[in-house]
Design a protein around this ligand. Structure first.
Ligand SMILES: Cc1ncc(COP(=O)(O)O)c(C=O)c1O
Length: 355
């Protein structure tokens, strides 16, 4: 796309928004009226348009189905009590999208295209943003390779698409996790630091095995030594030991989460000592033994904070402090929710108003 951006907007003839209670729909299954689509061909982005949500007829030979050039983002729009709609740190998702694109040999999406497509789409579908206390509109930008050809090579053509779905009462029950030392989510030199679709496919089998043993999620460890914590499921992981907040430093095996960044910024703002470094299994279990481990939680866009109340390692299960005693993660969860809903001061300028 060169010069000024021209997005063609075709509105749906009949909105489906009143057909369900958007404050109470199952997550991820109900898509809003419109979608944004742009196509990449001959070295440039073209055909930027917003159109009614529809299925795509595609050739079974389309390269994405075979070689996995597919990346995505996950972010949310929120509605405050005045009915205004805002996005939470969307430029962070935009930047990470292009980091993913680069690693997967896909074209960059220009900021103007990403942001204008996103803002126009959310404005048009603002009636789909739940107004409930914990509600939001989940936004899924993604890019796929679209060459119709079998044969491993970088595709010449792509589609960049944004779809959205209401997330009514998103809340995560406290979870029990299994420390995974046989399967790895990410390896040195791999793609763990980006949101490539294949990262999620490979995580399903180990997660299924953990669930069969009664855990909700796994905590991934490093593939070289199996001695350091990396992430939990599709969340960054944090530990409060004594009065310090510890989290694995971002690396090529750890996603640079937007929620992670925000939690760390709040913790530092509140005067807490924060350490971003390798966090060993050994030190965490020593802290459990000494009674110094106060809180363990996962953080990410979907749930914000997921309290981890039990951890399995080497055939033994350990109970962690109850949620009621967790001052830091409870405060951080509430503060982030309040900032997003316009009920607390946005001193870091994280919210971007859509309308
Ligand atoms: C592997 C992984 N880690 C961490 C996160 C949390 O990132 P964010 O806070 O940007 O949602 C996600 C979700 O996007 C993820 O998929």
């Amino acid at each position: 796309m060169t010069g000024t951006l021209n997005i063609d907007i075709q509105k749906t003839k009949k909105s489906r928004v009143s057909e369900q209670d958007i404050n109470d729909v199952p997550f991820g299954k109900c898509f809003s009226d419109h979608m944004f689509v742009a196509e990449y061909a001959d070295g440039k982005w073209t055909k930027a348009q917003i159109m009614p949500y529809e299925d795509v007829p595609m050739s079974y030979g389309t390269s994405v189905f075979h070689y996995g050039q597919a990346i995505f983002e996950g972010m949310k729009a929120y509605k405050n009590e005045q009915g205004e709609v805002s996005l939470f740190r969307p430029l962070e998702n935009f930047k990470r999208f292009n980091i993913s694109a680069q690693r997967m040999a896909m074209p960059d999406v220009p900021e103007e295209l990403f942001m204008a497509g996103l803002m126009d789409l959310i404005r048009l579908d603002s009636a789909w943003v739940p107004a409930s206390e914990t509600g939001s509109l989940y936004i899924r930008p993604f890019m796929i390779s679209t060459d119709e050809a079998i044969g491993v090579k970088i595709s010449d053509s792509y589609k960049f698409v944004i779809i959205t779905c209401p997330a009514g009462k998103y809340y995560s029950d406290p979870i029990r996790v299994l420390v995974e030392t046989n399967f790895y989510r990410a390896v040195k030199g791999g793609v763990g630091y980006v949101k490539a679709a294949g990262n999620y496919g490979r995580s399903l089998y180990p997660t299924k095995l953990a669930q069969q043993k009664g855990y909700q999620q796994v905590i991934w460890t490093d593939s070289e030594t199996s001695s350091y914590f990396e992430e939990s499921g599709t969340m960054n992981v944090m530990f409060v030991i004594g009065d310090k907040l510890l989290t694995p430093a971002v690396s090529d095996t750890i996603l640079d989460g937007v929620t992670r960044k925000s939690v760390l910024a709040l913790a530092r703002d509140w005067g807490m000592t924060v350490e971003e470094r390798k966090v060993s299994i050994k030190e965490v279990f020593e802290a459990i033994d000494k009674g110094n481990l106060k809180e363990v939680f996962g953080c990410g866009t979907a749930a914000t904070i997921a309290h981890i109340v039990g951890i399995g390692y080497n055939g033994k299960d350990y109970d962690l402090p109850p949620v009621a005693d967790r001052k830091f993660s409870t405060k951080v969860d509430e503060t982030l929710r309040n900032i997003r809903k316009g009920k607390a001061e946005d001193k870091f300028n994280w919210m971007m108003k859509v309308m």
